[in-house]
Write a protein that binds this ligand. Structure first.
Ligand code: PEP
Ligand code: MN
Length: 361
């Protein structure tokens, strides 16, 4: 099934969502006044799709768990008074049924729900039973597991949901980090490579967790070719009942959106040929060097085997990492990048050396 997801373009009814898709609104609907005031500002900023969480999945009990279905008529009022489409998060069959009944135009599935195949199947079944053609955006699971993310997309697609897109909202980490949820851009980029027709929207609010990170993250996502942004916005962010630190005022949202640079100029076919030729040649050299390195690694593996030495020598590896990182820094490359490359090379060397030992047994 995996290779046969062919999503339809994202559209609400007969109206296609034009790229980049910008969705904005509060983390949570809190009161009719807050929803309407925020919606007015969001519409003025030029946004066409309004978001507001009605049912809020909270990590711990005791937090604000959303106003529930009494907020649905507020979203209908947003539609009627501003002309924006409206979107909310669903996590159960009951949410889906109530949201569809209330005329919600677009649904998203939260990160905690995507991580739970039972919940996703229940939502997929409810959408199949409704036979409504509503677009659904699937947030990445909280943990960096691309297959779990794809599994959720497949469950929905198999239930007949074809207006599909995804939202990259970063991944949980333990301990201090600049980000609330680490972006690990490799994962959404891999998803885009596997499913080129699947729109990928970035959620800089939940990645950053802080107002000052929203702008740079948004620009970074657009520069990487993301198809849109979902940004939290609240009429008085400091008084928000959830995610207060990451919500923008409508004025800040308008300023952000007008300052973003959209890269939509098609590349003239020949203008990058010579640089791309150079990259192809260098990649060839890199591969030759890696193959040579792996073959030496195999020889070392045989030596270790015949001398009963363990495959992994942590001090040696620590020394390699320290010296390569220091040289990478001198060459203007980032430490994070070098760590990822070294870890991948080391993992493969260890795998080869263990393979040698297991063949001899
Ligand atoms: C949200 O969008 O408000 C939300 C709860 O997000 P996530 O599922 O990404 O935590
Ligand atoms: Mn939120």
């Amino acid at each position: 099934m995996t290779d046969s997801i062919h999503p339809s373009p994202l559209a609400i009814g007969a109206t296609p969502l034009t790229m980049p898709i910008i969705i904005s609104g509060p983390c949570s609907a809190e009161s009719e006044r807050q929803v309407m005031e925020t919606a007015k500002g969001v519409a003025q900023a030029g946004v066409k799709v309004f978001r507001a969480g009605i049912w809020k999945p909270r990590t711990k009990p005791g937090g604000f768990e959303g106003v529930g279905s009494k907020g649905l008529p507020w979203l209908r009022k947003v539609k009627e008074t501003t002309g924006m489409f409206v979107a909310t998060e669903v996590a159960t069959r009951h949410h889906v049924e109530q949201a569809l009944e209330a005329g919600i135009d677009l649904l998203w599935i939260g990160a905690r729900t995507t991580a739970n195949p039972f919940a996703i199947q229940e939502i997929a079944d409810a959408l199949r039973d409704s036979a409504m053609e509503i677009p659904v955006l699937v947030k990445n699971p909280v943990n960096p597991d691309l297959e779990l993310w794809i599994g959720a997309i497949e469950r929905l697609y198999n239930a007949g949901v074809t207006r599909l897109g995804v939202i990259h909202r970063g991944f949980s980490t333990y301990g201090l980090d600049t980000y609330r949820n680490h972006p690990q851009w490799r994962i959404p980029l891999e998803l885009r490579t596997r499913y080129p027709g699947l729109p990928v929207i970035c959620d800089p609010s939940h990645i950053g967790g802080r107002r000052d990170l929203i702008c740079p993250l948004s620009q970074q996502a657009l520069d990487m070719g993301f198809d849109g942004l979902i940004i939290e916005c609240h009429c008085s962010p400091d008084r928000a009942l959830s995610d207060s630190a990451q919500q923008l005022t409508p004025e800040a949202l308008a300023e952000l959106l007008s300052g973003l640079v959209y890269r939509n100029t098609p590349v003239p076919p020949d203008s990058l040929n010579s640089l791309r030729g150079e990259i192809d040649r260098l990649d060839g050299e890199l591969l030759d060097i890696l193959a040579k390195r792996m073959s030496i690694s195999r020889e070392i593996g045989e030596y270790k085997l015949s001398h009963r030495m363990p495959v992994v020598q942590p001090e040696r590896y620590a020394g390699i990492v320290a010296s390569r990182i220091s040289r990478a820094r001198d060459l203007g490359m980032s430490e994070d990048f070098m760590r990822v490359i070294l870890a991948a090379i080391h993992e493969e060397s260890v795998r080869l050396q263990v393979e040698i030992a297991s063949k001899v047994k």
